[in-house]
Design a binder for this molecule. Structure first.
Ligand code: GUN
Length: 304
């Protein structure tokens, strides 16, 4: 039986450790602070930000939620980021994405002080990460590494195959695995004969945003599967392709009219050594790692 890598349990363990660090900082008179900026009314973004602010409250991190009006310009957003960069009570700045189309997201993300860039999206942090220097790493890739480490799964010498080359997940997770001494292959939409490569993976990270792309024939039996994909299925046909005969998922689909599937076909999990389920896997670690990054930023800013 494959081992299920339980995102909720791992996230709770990380948050427990972060809360301890917050207590130690409090003894020195330091309270880490996170600023979250939310523009617009994307429901998923509203939920994410609410959960991030709630996690701060639970761990003793102060948070400041800023919700400028939808019509705010790039220049006004830049002025807001500048203020946050200067505020001594703010250790981390998070601008929830996506931003409305009229705002230049890249310019804004580049304007965040790299020392407060708890999302790890600033090119200075990407560069430091690639160079193997201390950096604030993006939260989801950092979460993937925490899952492996806290589950005592070997990384050094393992062949890690990353499917997906985004700046937010694929590239940074490959860098982190490389620094942990894995042999890393990055695959993407133009890769020839993807199955022949994924079948070599001892550790397979799927982050390409294609529902169930990784099928059982593409997996080496016993491999560790880390599924970063979050894809919503809304049609009966799509549902049946992945979950036909699964009573639990059937009930969820009947209730909500949709279900979530990752980039790995659920059947592939059956031959894995260990795997992260979707939902309930990697996604749950992202907020925990944001909290960890905020505390790390608070410490690094004081002891550079
Ligand atoms: N939107 C979806 N995921 C993320 C994330 O990790 N950080 C930010 N800032 N926005 C997001």
């Amino acid at each position: 039986m494959a081992q299920i890598l339980d995102g909720a349990a791992l996230a709770a363990a990380i948050q427990h450790d972060v809360a301890e660090e917050v207590k130690q900082l409090a003894a020195r008179g330091i309270r880490p602070g996170l600023a979250a900026v939310l523009v617009g009314h994307v429901p998923a973004s509203q939920i994410y930000v609410r959960n991030k602010v709630q996690a701060c409250a639970e761990l003793g991190i102060s948070s400041d939620l800023l919700t400028p009006p939808d019509r705010i310009t790039t220049e006004e957003m830049l002025a807001l980021v500048d203020q946050l960069n200067r505020r001594d009570d703010i250790d981390g700045i998070l601008i929830q994405l996506p931003l409305p189309a009229h705002i230049d997201s890249k310019r804004l993300l580049d304007a965040i002080d790299p020392a407060k860039d708890v999302d790890g999206f600033h090119p200075v942090n990407s560069g430091r990460l690639l160079a193997g220097r201390p950096a604030l790493a993006p939260c989801t890739p950092a979460g993937v590494l925490e899952i492996l480490k806290r589950s005592h799964l070997p990384i050094a010498g393992q062949h890690a195959v990353v499917v997906g080359r985004s700046d937010i997940v694929g590239k940074p997770v490959a860098a982190l695995l490389l620094h942990a001494d894995a042999t890393v292959t990055i695959c993407h939409s133009k890769t020839r004969d993807l199955p022949s490569i994924t079948r070599q993976a001892d550790i397979l990270v799927a982050a390409i945003g294609r529902p169930g792309l990784i099928t059982p024939e593409m997996v080496k039996p016993g491999a560790t599967l880390l599924d970063v994909g979050i894809n919503r299925l809304t049609t009966r046909e799509a549902f049946d392709r992945f979950f036909q005969g699964n009573a639990q998922r059937e009930a969820a689909f009947a209730k909500r009219g949709s279900v979530i599937v990752g980039d790995i076909h659920p059947k592939a999990f059956e031959i894995a050594g260990a795997y992260t389920p979707v939902p309930g896997g990697v996604g749950l670690l992202t907020i925990a790692m944001l909290m960890a990054n905020t505390v790390r930023a608070a410490k690094m800013r004081r002891e550079p």
